[in-house]
Design a protein around this ligand. Structure first.
Ligand code: NAI
Length: 406
């Protein structure tokens, strides 16, 4: 790995340029302070969204995708979803084109951030959301369309499906969930747990209702783990031991696994998980889940620890090495250009990029500065309003972080 990687960046729309500038200043300073010029990022601007459309007439120019393909890593601010014409979602297009199958969202609490929880510090986990399959594959047919009618006829006449309640007026969608897709996502979560020396991974699904898709995700996940991770003990194995040798033998095996610091892998139904992350968040360390569940869970957890202004994320293909690190919120047009935007979401995404490069010292420097700033009540308007204190602007916040790092 080079010490001067070229990393393409997409500034993003609306608040994008403000939070990008703040992020870039902080990251460049952290690298300079940590490595004195021996390691640095050469930023390469690539276009997408409104800026791309204004300059090239295209929302997502081919050169942008080519540059990310070539340089492997990229960072992006939020993009407006073009309305009328354009493509459906630039984010989805980028994820699909580069097959970025794991959406990784670490969730942690920064002391001092306004949170709706009494003990928000108990929420600390990383979500691995499958990013390429499920109802998000975009295979949908509008009610009344020829396609919906053909599909409905096929289901009824060829497959004998009689369960569509109102076939004439139903829109229809397809939910593909594959063995490969499930395995590679669960593997990402397991590898992360191994690398971070964590001891619990939870597969989240709705297999009680959707046995072959969501249930498949769970079963393929368990099977792969049992085959490839001798350092794990699954609740599937627990059940097998209980069935063969009784409950006590299974409990003993679980206790031994815990003593040996094995990774205990269990599974939880998605609706139950949404209760449990609120009631007992300390129980969870790594969550591996399907696309739609992951979408809901990520936002719920982000809200628990202070909201979207401080929630980072990355979309990664661990096999090809392609990864895009991104602010998880949208373009916030309501506050654009006012200096109100919190740059932490993009900045913490940048720390994930630094971790990905193995540049942990610089990443930790930034995280420590964010911790110190928030504890000292140096915050942007989103937090200041909730805390009833005076805010600093987006660029002032970046300047304060730089002072704290020095
Ligand atoms: P949004 O996330 O932009 O805004 C929701 C609320 O959160 C607003 O009140 C906004 O002011 C606030 N907010 C968001 N980021 C903030 C930050 N960094 N600091 C302080 N406050 C912040 O969601 P919305 O309004 O639904 O979407 C606006 C546009 O963003 C749409 O065009 C949407 O398609 C796009 N979008 C893009 C995403 C991406 O590029 N990853 C993700 C979600 C939405």
């Amino acid at each position: 790995m080079t010490n001067t990687p070229i990393v393409p960046y997409i500034e993003g729309d609306s608040i994008g340029p403000e939070i990008w500038q703040a992020t870039k200043n902080v990251v460049d300073t952290a690298l300079e302070l940590t490595y004195g010029g021996a390691k640095k990022i050469e930023w390469l601007e690539v276009l997408a969204g409104g800026k791309a459309f204004d300059q090239t007439g295209e929302w997502l120019p081919d050169e942008t995708v080519t540059a990310i393909q070539k340089h492997k890593l990229a960072i992006k601010g939020p993009l407006n979803t073009p309305i009328g014409g354009g493509i459906r979602s630039l984010n989805v297009a980028l994820r699909q084109t580069l097959d970025l199958y794991a959406c990784v969202r670490p969730v942690r609490y920064f002391k001092g951030v306004p949170s709706p929880l009494k003990e928000p510090e108990k929420t600390e986990m990383t979500i691995f959301r499958e990013n390429t399959e499920d109802v998000y594959a975009g295979i949908e047919f509008a009610a009344g369309s020829d396609e919906a009618k053909q599909l409905s006829d096929f289901l009824e006449n060829t497959l004998g499906v009689t369960k569509i309640r109102f076939p004439e007026t139903s829109s229809l969608g397809i939910k593909p969930i594959s063995k490969e897709g499930s395995e590679r996502l669960v593997k990402s979560a397991m590898d992360y747990a191994v690398a971070q020396e964590l001891t619990r991974v939870t597969l989240v699904h709705k297999g009680n209702i959707m046995k072959f898709t969501e249930g498949g995700f769970k079963n393929w996940g368990y099977d792969m783990i049992e085959q490839d991770y001798p350092q794990a003990f699954t609740m599937n194995q627990y059940k097998k031991i209980a069935a063969e040798n009784g409950e006590q033998a299974a409990e003993d095996a679980l206790a031994t696994a815990r003593n040996e610091k094995k990774i205990v892998v269990d599974d939880v139904i998605a609706d139950n998980l949404l209760q449990q992350i609120l009631l007992y968040p300390e129980k969870f360390q790594v969550i591996a889940t399907t696309n739609l569940n992951g979408d809901y869970i990520s936002d719920a957890l982000a809200a628990q620890v202070g909201g979207i202004g401080i929630s980072p994320g990355a979309n990664i293909n661990y096999q090809s090495g392609h990864a895009i690190f991104e602010a998880t919120h949208g373009t916030a047009p309501d506050i654009a250009g006012k200096g109100y935007a919190n740059p932490c979401s993009l900045l913490l995404s940048a720390t994930m990029l630094l971790d990905h490069l193995g540049w942990y010292e610089a990443s930790q420097k930034i995280t420590a500065a964010i911790e110190a700033a928030i504890e000292q009540k140096i915050v942007t308007k989103d937090f200041a309003q909730a805390l009833g204190i005076q805010e600093v602007s987006t660029s002032q916040f970046a300047d304060e972080l730089i002072k704290l790092m020095k």
